[in-house]
Write a protein of this length. Structure first.
Length: 141
């Protein structure tokens, strides 16, 4: 099971991963100074747009200064929730299984709260699509 993680959003409001329980959550750890992170973000935005209606929720967790992210996230056009912090982000990365401390780092959590995938480095588009499609919540009943 994924541990409960609480991080502040860009307004300083605490947000918990459990807010998105029932959805497929892709937590992407990034920073404004991380070139591979910035390269990956447009694809993550595409995935949110393409699969959001089917149960995907991308959450960006920025290991950066709050002000840098407040300026950077809108410039990048990020439309999904962005959380921010320094030591809090490092603690969250470790709690979600990061052993390297390298960015980007992504964790995919299914609708039942189970971690189904961890990845250091950028996703390839096809790789991410396959993971999302395999783990999207089922609808109906």
């Amino acid at each position: 099971m994924a541990p409960e993680i609480t991080l502040n959003d860009l307004t300083g409001t605490p947000r918990q991963l459990s807010e998105w329980r029932g959805k497929l959550i892709l937590v992407n750890f990034w920073a404004t100074w991380c070139a591979p992170c910035l390269h990956e973000i447009p694809m993550l935005m595409d995935m949110q747009q393409q699969y959001g209606g089917r149960g995907l929720q991308v959450v960006g967790a920025a290991m950066d200064e709050v002000e840098a992210v407040r300026i950077g996230a809108p410039r990048l056009g990020i439309q999904y929730p962005v959380l921010v912090g320094d030591s809090e982000i490092i603690n969250a990365m470790q709690a979600l299984g990061d052993q390297l401390g390298a960015l980007p780092y992504s964790v995919l959590i299914n609708a039942n709260g189970m971690i189904v995938s961890r990845k250091h480095g950028e996703f390839e588009r096809d790789e991410l699509i396959q993971l999302i499609e395999q783990n999207l919540p089922t609808t109906g009943g």
